[in-house]
Write a protein that binds this ligand. Structure first.
Ligand code: FDA
Length: 304
């Protein structure tokens, strides 16, 4: 319930516009958000990306946004991504860009998202950049996978995220291993009906392991995206992490100590970075996922 409430707050236009207009609250919240978000502008993401790359990490950079229903806004978002691809390309950053399809057109219709993604994939391919599609609410899963499949057949530099908490994911992976793109496995951040998804539990961790095993046995490129220490230890024990087509990926600002330790062991380690004016949405997601973060945000506001 807390998580749903926070997501509703994040999407509430009145609250958003109040915060944006508040000269006091806006900078304080932005400062608190910077624990998880690099900043509001592309250059903020690029600066942090460069720094992490120089320390031996891979990076995945997202321009934050989702559920854009206005076609013109979707085009603007796509253009921002195209500029990001060009800038990373000009810096020879052969890294990853992450995106929500609902940011570039899925909330309008599937065809729009597909056409815009194709344009991005073509340009990214020229520069050796990977595009990683995030997974959204279960009502969008089939559309996202359909768009992914059509795109990765033409541009193998496009990958997709799969949520372990959905019961359908095992069968989805059975099919996806026949496509070339990388698969990122996450637990799943959205509240879903109990008949289609499981909540955080030992059962979910077992399911997560099973999906990763499925990909490793198929010799498929995989990004293991979790901060769960027990799960990571088990995968290390099973020798999953030292394979060349496997990487560990964590969110910027969440368990950097854990990722650093894994990098010391010479595993492929990637940091998921974000930037954009919609940082407020992203901050709410991180608090919803882990309500203890609310405490650090409040502390940051009280002691800026
Ligand atoms: P779990 O939630 O069990 O947390 C394990 C531990 O990690 C916690 O005890 C805590 O120590 C730490 N932790 C986790 N989240 C934290 C946070 N926000 N702040 C501070 N500490 C935290 N989801 C989705 O539905 N679609 C997607 O496309 C993506 N994409 C994505 C990319 C990457 C790179 C990552 C790492 C995650 C996602 N997610 C996602 C989010 C994912 O589904 C999940 O909600 C979070 O990763 C948290 O789950 P964990 O696997 O970390 O385990």
């Amino acid at each position: 319930q807390v998580s749903q409430a926070l997501k509703s707050i994040a999407r509430n236009e009145h609250i958003k516009s109040y915060i944006q207009k508040s000269n006091e609250l806006y900078p304080l919240l932005l400062q608190a958000a910077q624990r998880f978000v690099t900043g509001e502008h592309k250059k903020d993401g690029i600066v942090t990306a460069k720094e992490l790359i120089s320390r031996g990490y891979f990076i995945s950079l997202e321009y934050i946004g989702e559920n854009t229903t206005d076609l013109e806004e979707c085009r603007k978002a796509k253009n921002e991504f195209l500029n990001l691809i060009e800038e990373m390309g000009s810096l020879s950053m052969k890294q990853t860009i992450s995106l929500d399809l609902s940011h570039i057109g899925l909330a309008v219709n599937s065809e729009t998202a597909y056409i815009q993604l194709l344009e991005m994939a073509k340009k990214a391919n020229l520069y050796g950049i990977t595009l990683m599609i995030s997974m959204e609410e279960s009502s969008k899963t089939s559309d996202i996978l359909d768009i992914y499949k059509k795109t990765t057949e033409q541009y193998p530099n496009v990958g997709v995220t799969i949520q372990a908490h959905l019961y359908r994911s095992y069968n989805d992976i059975q099919e996806l291993i026949h496509y070339p793109g990388k698969i990122r496995v996450v637990k799943g951040a959205y509240q879903e009906p109990v008949d289609i998804a499981m909540s955080r539990s030992k059962e979910l961790n077992n399911r997560y392991l099973k999906l990763v095993q499925q990909l490793i046995e198929a010799d498929h490129s995989v990004s293991i995206a979790t901060h769960d220490e027990m799960l990571i230890q088990e995968m290390e024990h099973r020798q999953y992490l030292n394979q060349p087509h496997v990487e560990m990926e964590m969110l910027y600002g969440v368990r950097p100590d854990l990722l650093r330790n894994l990098k010391r062991k010479e595993y492929n380690c990637k940091v998921y970075l974000t930037y954009g004016k919609e940082w407020y949405l992203y901050l709410c997601h991180r608090i919803a996922e882990y309500p203890e973060n609310l405490y650090s945000v409040v502390t940051d506001i009280i002691n800026p």
